[in-house]
Design a protein around this ligand. Structure first.
Ligand code: KIV
Length: 264
């Protein structure tokens, strides 16, 4: 089976085919996701919250990300495996290159994800120059939760929306291959998606994106604490985890997820 690549995702955007993505943190779930046909698996640092039971993602370190990425790589043959660069592991282009190199060489990731805009442009350029595929992440960036002041919708004001749009363009120009937009108004996400050449994947960003990503534990209804309003328990009313994952994939592909009520 041929691995999904950045070219596959770009082609899907060009053909208007929705891209499906979920998080996973181990081989067993990665295999279920692989069999469901998702195009990409994100080994998110959300593992700090949904696996380790922490309040935020900040304590997740590079060794933990490598460990979980290794497990996911063993379980999934077809989806593109994207791994998060953890908090403060990419404060300079050199550090970003070293951290990304470890996630790819030791973990088996095929793309790395970095949170932020202006402050990561140099790192995105450096990674691109050395052949590292990059997923950028704008909007609600959980690694900055204490600076932002909580898990809040971003880009609501005209100025904030303009800033996210401008940063999206700059990240694409710097070489990003993919952009995740988290918790932004659906209208803003649709504008970013229309203006960018690279695929835009939404989470709490409405249905006008090129694809969707959710945290696996949220779609299975096993989130510690309250699940986010933009997610959905796809296991409710179904009798197996593969059936729940298949329902998510089908709902993204047929456009029935997310609904306006699951958007901002
Ligand atoms: O860590 C993660 O799971 C993420 C998603 C919420 C996009 O970054």
């Amino acid at each position: 089976m041929k691995r999904v690549t950045t070219s596959t995702l770009l082609r899907m955007k060009q053909h208007g085919e929705p891209i499906t993505m979920l998080t996973a943190y181990d081989a067993a779930f990665a295999r279920i996701l692989d069999h469901s046909g998702v195009e990409a698996i994100l080994v998110g640092d959300s593992l700090g919250m949904v696996v380790q039971g922490r309040q935020d993602t900040l304590a997740v370190d590079l060794q933990q990300m490598i460990y979980h990425t290794q497990m996911v790589s063993r379980g999934a043959a077809r989806p593109l495996i994207i791994a998060d660069l953890p908090f403060l592991s990419y404060t300079s282009p050199r550090q970003a290159l070293e951290s990304a190199g470890a996630l790819m060489r030791e973990g088996g990731a095929q793309m790395v994800k970095l949170e932020g805009g202006e402050q990561i442009l140099d790192s995105v350029e450096q990674l691109t120059r050395f052949g590292v595929p990059v997923c950028a992440h704008l909007g609600l960036t959980p690694q900055s939760v204490h600076k932002i002041g909580g898990y809040k919708v971003q880009g609501r004001s005209e100025a904030a929306a303009a800033s996210i749009l401008a940063q999206s363009h700059r990240l694409e120009q710097a070489g990003a291959d993919l952009l995740v937009l988290e918790c932004v108004p659906a209208q803003l996400a649709a504008t970013v998606r229309a203006e960018l050449t690279i695929p835009v994947i939404g989470i709490g960003a409405g249905r006008g994106c090129d694809g969707q990503v959710l945290v696996l534990h949220d779609i299975l209804g096993i989130t510690l604490g309250a699940p986010p309003s933009f997610s959905h328990n796809f296991l409710a009313g179904r009798d197996s985890i593969p059936a729940a994952v298949a329902a998510y994939v089908a709902a993204v592909r047929d456009g029935s997820f997310p609904t306006p009520e699951q958007s901002f």
